[in-house]
Design a protein around this ligand. Structure first.
Ligand code: BGC
Length: 386
């Protein structure tokens, strides 16, 4: 295999020793090159071939393009050859992507599953080929072939969304519309569970009246829901993470709602893409006086909506941190070390060692401080931010 010498500046303080593995090395041997100290320039020998393979769910949602950009930057800066492939909403494409990366000799697979259960077969194939599997953002369920999980604190995402609605409800009897992510995504359950943990007591005390889910109404006296109960509610209010489906569901819900179920309303929308279409639908209804709507991902389009007062909040999940955490793990793995983790997530078969990152609620009040001052975005990306 050809080698090339790169002079790189290691900007990542977490990379204390850079070990470069053989891309197509069937013995999984790790080749140690120059020891390097963070923030210094050094020559390292890089095997050509792909060392770290990344599979992301779709290019059609800005969220995953943010992650792609971070991966490409962080992995190249750290001197790793890598390739990012998109599954475009198909578990079959996802499996083909994994097989392609295996054939390119990857040693570490970082994968955000299209469908958490269906992805089990793909990662089992990777494991059999000697690849270490890191589930990224979405947990892969029903298999022992997941080595690590790098995630945001998804329960806190739901809590932040629910708490925002509570803090901004218009008083007793506020109509509450509930929407969720895709039932194939384990995160959709965790987000909803987090939101329910704070909203349910406020439904029980009459602050909110659930409008669009008879299943949620049937369970509204239960503070803790089982996975099956969550699944029953999600089955009724799912957007499938699809903004078109979110729009038609919101339209159907408003068509069925009476005038007294409109007025000043609160809406639990699971992410930014669906929040924008749900918000537009509610804004277009003459009987909706005001609406409070949640989101997550801090997508640029939603930040503009927040600045313009069309979306109430989002949850910022700093993809720089998640990508860096994954790379730290990849470095440790290629180095023959055990990556550091801080919690576990049960995937129905095993407790997966996990690294969890905190989230931040973003509103008009802190959008500049959180997103512009931290240089995640530039003020020029938006109209109305100095
Ligand atoms: C991610 C969200 C994203 C959603 C839809 C979830 O698994 O955690 O950030 O908005 O998928 O792609």
């Amino acid at each position: 295999m050809k080698k090339r010498v790169l002079s790189i500046v290691l900007a990542l303080s977490m990379v204390a020793t850079l070990l470069v593995g053989c891309g197509n090395n069937t013995t999984n041997e790790v080749e140690k090159t120059n020891e390097v100290v963070a923030d210094t320039t050094t020559d390292v020998v890089v095997e050509e071939g792909v060392q770290v393979g990344i599979v992301l769910p779709t290019k059609d949602e800005p969220r995953w393009l943010q992650d792609q950009a971070q991966f490409e930057t962080v992995l190249s800066d750290a001197g790793f050859t890598n390739q990012v492939l998109f599954s475009q909403g198909s578990s079959a494409t996802e499996k083909t992507n994994v097989e392609t990366l295996i054939s390119q000799g990857i040693e570490v697979l970082i994968i955000c599953a299209q469908d958490g259960a269906a992805a089990a077969a793909a990662v089992e194939e990777a494991k059999e080929a000697g690849v270490t599997v890191i589930a990224y953002d979405r947990l892969i369920t029903g298999t022992d072939a997941v080595d690590y999980y790098v995630t945001f604190d998804s329960f806190s995402v739901g809590v932040a969304q629910g708490q925002y609605l509570i803090d901004n409800a218009s008083g007793a009897g506020t109509p509450l519309y509930l929407y969720s992510g895709a039932a194939t995504d384990n995160n959709a359950f965790i987000f909803f569970d987090g939101a329910w943990s704070v909203l349910q007591p406020k439904v029980a005390d009459g602050t909110f009246v659930i409008v669009n889910s008879s299943e949620a109404v049937a369970l509204q006296d239960k503070s803790e829901l089982t996975r099956d109960e969550l699944g029953t509610i999600i089955g009724q209010i799912t957007t499938d993470w699809d903004f078109n489906k979110a729009k038609s569901l919101a339209e159907a819900n408003l068509t069925n709602a009476s005038t007294d179920q409109k007025g000043d309303v609160c809406i639990l929308a699971p992410n930014d893409g669906t929040a924008r279409s749900i918000a537009d639908t509610f804004a277009a209804d003459a009987d909706v006086a005001t609406y409070v709507v949640t989101g997550q991902d801090a997508e640029k389009a939603s930040i503009q909506y927040i600045i313009d007062g069309k979306q109430s909040m989002t949850v910022f999940k700093d993809t720089r941190t998640l990508a860096a955490d994954s790379v730290t793990m990849a470095v440790a793995i290629l180095n023959g070390e055990t990556p550091s983790t801080d919690t576990t997530y049960n995937n129905t078969v095993i407790d997966v060692p996990s690294k969890q990152t905190a989230i931040v609620t973003v509103t008009q009040d802190n959008v500049k401080a959180v997103l512009i001052d931290s240089e995640y975005y530039s003020a020029d990306d938006f109209v109305g931010v100095e």
